[in-house]
Design a protein around this ligand. Structure first.
Ligand code: A3P
Length: 285
């Protein structure tokens, strides 16, 4: 842990591309604008899929932008050093991403009408996706065995902390006019309806043809083949490209291929304890 991560307000962050100064600036000084749209997730919950959908909605389904500009420039992660630099130069209206938990998010959000789109995913699938991704990127430490990674996931001993805290924190905003939540599972099950609902929330109504173009151009296959969206342009200092890519499987329920019965039960026990007070049900419950 020591050499890969540092701690900010009790939470681990990767040393590569992150700093105490930037996290503190983002939390306390970054000015959220009323016309900002934020794509917020716990890592591996469908961040880049949503980023693609939002980019395409902005262009009425026309894929020119997503095929010519890198995803992290179309919607930079505000909390890392290069992302903040892009965000500060971004001509409004901005499209921004963040994995920050709600308590470390820019305080100026409270006074703003910026739109928040929060995407969640079955946490067992998040765990499996993150386990594989951690082996690929230099940002994260090697995950070790699945058993030990499971314990790290359940206790929140990971960058960006606990999935449970992240979800319960952000879902506390449910009901606010500028907050919209959706699951990866809903996106999979009915992408057309999901895109229509996102458009409605953004106040940008698209025709049926445009909705279909958004769905098609943000599909797993389209994104996998688009070098502006598949992370193939990340430099080798970030990613071991020979070991895999961002678009790994893109399915619901892959955890069944990885977790043993005992691991799944252990997960369920903690899940029940941590989620019982939330009073919400999700497609994976
Ligand atoms: P898997 O590892 O399960 O395949 P994030 O963007 O938050 O890092 O999440 C990455 C996960 O979303 C990966 O999951 C990836 O395959 C999946 N994903 C990315 N684009 C997708 C798409 N267009 N359709 C379905 N899944 C997608």
């Amino acid at each position: 842990m020591a050499h890969k991560y540092f701690i900010y307000k009790g939470m681990q962050f990767p040393r590569l591309d992150y700093s105490l100064e930037v996290l503190s600036y983002v939390e306390n000084e970054f000015q959220v604008r009323d016309d900002d749209v934020f794509n917020i997730t716990y890592p591996k919950s469908g961040t880049n899929w949503m980023l693609e959908i939002l980019s395409l909605i902005r262009c009425g389904g026309d894929p020119s932008w997503v095929r010519s500009v890198l995803n992290w420039e179309r919607a930079p992660w505000v909390e890392n050093v290069p992302g903040l630099e892009v965000a500060l130069k971004y001509p409004p209206p901005r499209l921004l991403c963040s994995h920050l938990p709600v308590q470390l998010f820019p305080k100026s959000l409270q006074r703003s009408k910026a739109k928040i789109i929060y995407t969640l995913r079955c946490p067992k699938d998040v765990l499996v996706s993150l386990y594989h991704f951690s082996k690929l990127v230099h940002l994260f430490r090697d995950p070790g065995s699945l058993d030990s990674f499971l314990e790290d996931f359940l206790s929140g001993n990971l960058p960006y902390g606990s999935w449970f805290d992240h979800v319960t924190g952000w879902m506390g905003l449910k009901g606010k006019e500028n907050f919209f939540s959706i699951t990866y599972e809903e996106l999979q099950q009915d992408p057309w309806d999901s895109v229509r609902r996102i458009c409605h929330f953004l106040g940008k109504e698209l025709s049926e043809e445009q909705v279909a173009a958004v769905v098609e151009n943000a599909s797993f296959q389209s994104m996998k083949g688009n070098k502006m969206s598949n992370f193939s342009q990340l430099r080798d200092e970030y990613m071991k490209h020979q070991h895999g890519g961002l678009l790994r499987k893109g399915i619901c329920g892959d955890w069944r291929n990885h977790l043993s019965e005992a691991q799944s039960q252990r997960f369920d026990t903690v899940y029940r304890e941590r989620m019982q007070g939330l009073g919400m049900t999700f497609p994976w419950d």
